[in-house]
Design a protein around this ligand. Structure first.
Ligand code: SF4
Ligand code: SF4
Length: 335
């Protein structure tokens, strides 16, 4: 164990002295609700600017460390957190349209902005972090694809290209969300755009899953039917009535039960091979307290995404088709 750099060991990863000193008394897994069988709203554990947050200084140290090595990263922070893109005034006379028409128009506009997939979700309290409020009724979730070849560099322990790719896609997602929100305001409807990962009131992974953007993989990221885990999200909140999307079952669970690529590749051994109880739900879970020190001290990580077969170009659809056919065959044999 070094003073400011940790070390990979046979048992996983030994965080640096510095990281151990900074760690707050409450663990990330406690905040996340690991082991809790009662349902409750999510509590933000990371990617927040709130002064009260126990993990705030660990997070700030991560950004400070990155800024030393990649000054361009500061541009990302400035753009994403202090984004100066102001909301435009809402047009006095709303453009008419049915929920179907507006949902379609939004999809077309998002596509024109370079969004890879769009899902609409009705907001319920369980999707909002417990210290936050969201007055709007709908979230329009925007996925933007990441380049596999950049993320795959992390398997060679080259973390900068994958971190930069993720950050660039986060930043672009933020801009797209704000542009889409402003376009809706010009049509006469109130809307707010949010980028991730910093400081947003919506639990985006849960919301996106509910809207059928994908299914949760063992590595804790959503797996999309077309581009696997190779995407990042942003969103727009609005009261404009829209047609909501449904969750999908693309048999990710079936494959994850057979596969251990991410669990074996994760240097600190943070990925549970079995589902865990988290806030009243049995689900795939990543041990926050093992993942974050490694992530922070290595300029991001993403190895689990890079090794996931669903992320390889063109593989996700084939794998889903195969698993669904296998499931049907098994149920016919059982029946
Ligand atoms: S990002 Fe994935 S592979 Fe890297 S430490 Fe976290 S869980 Fe493990
Ligand atoms: S690497 Fe394998 S186990 Fe991990 S999420 Fe991808 S498919 Fe599931």
């Amino acid at each position: 164990m070094g003073i400011i750099w940790g070390k990979e060991t046979e048992d996983g990863y030994a965080p640096s002295w510095w990281h151990r000193r900074m760690k707050p008394a409450i663990t990330g897994n406690e905040i996340n609700g690991l082991g809790e069988k009662e349902k409750r709203r999510p509590t933000p554990v990371y990617h927040r600017q709130d002064w009260w947050h126990p993990w705030r200084w660990v997070q700030e140290a991560f950004y400070g460390r990155i800024a030393l090595y990649m000054p361009a990263f500061m541009c990302f922070i400035k753009s994403n957190i202090l984004d100066a893109r102001e909301p435009v005034p809402i047009a006095a006379k709303p453009v008419p349209g049915t929920p179907h028409e507006w949902t379609e128009r939004i999809r077309q506009k998002a596509e024109a902005l370079g969004v890879s997939d769009v899902r609409v979700v009705r907001i319920t309290e369980d999707l909002i972090f417990d210290r936050d409020t969201i007055p709007e009724k709908y979230a329009i979730i925007l996925a933007s694809q990441m380049r596999y070849e950049k993320i795959h560099k992390s398997t060679e322990r080259k973390f900068r290209p994958s971190l930069l790719e993720a950050m660039q896609v986060y930043l672009q997602g933020n801009v797209k969300a704000k542009k889409l929100a402003n376009w809706l305001r010009e049509q006469g409807y109130d809307a707010r755009g949010f980028g991730t990962p910093m400081g947003t009131p919506l639990n985006i992974v849960h919301a996106a899953q509910r809207g059928g953007m994908g299914q949760l993989g063992k590595h804790g990221s959503l797996i999309h039917a077309e581009f696997g885990p190779m995407f990042r999200m942003a969103y727009v909140l609005t009261d404009l009535p829209l047609i909501v999307d449904e969750p999908v079952d693309i048999a990710v669970d079936d494959f994850c039960k057979l596969c251990q690529l991410c669990t074996k590749a994760c240097p600190p051994g943070a990925i549970f091979n079995e589902k865990q109880w988290v806030r009243g739900e049995l689900k795939w879970y990543v041990d926050f307290d093992k993942c974050v020190p490694y992530f922070n001290e290595n300029m991001g990580c993403g190895i689990c995404l890079a090794v996931c077969p669903y992320g390889q170009p063109g593989v996700s659809e084939t794998l889903i088709d195969k698993m669904l056919r296998r499931r049907e065959r098994d149920s016919q044999l059982a029946g």
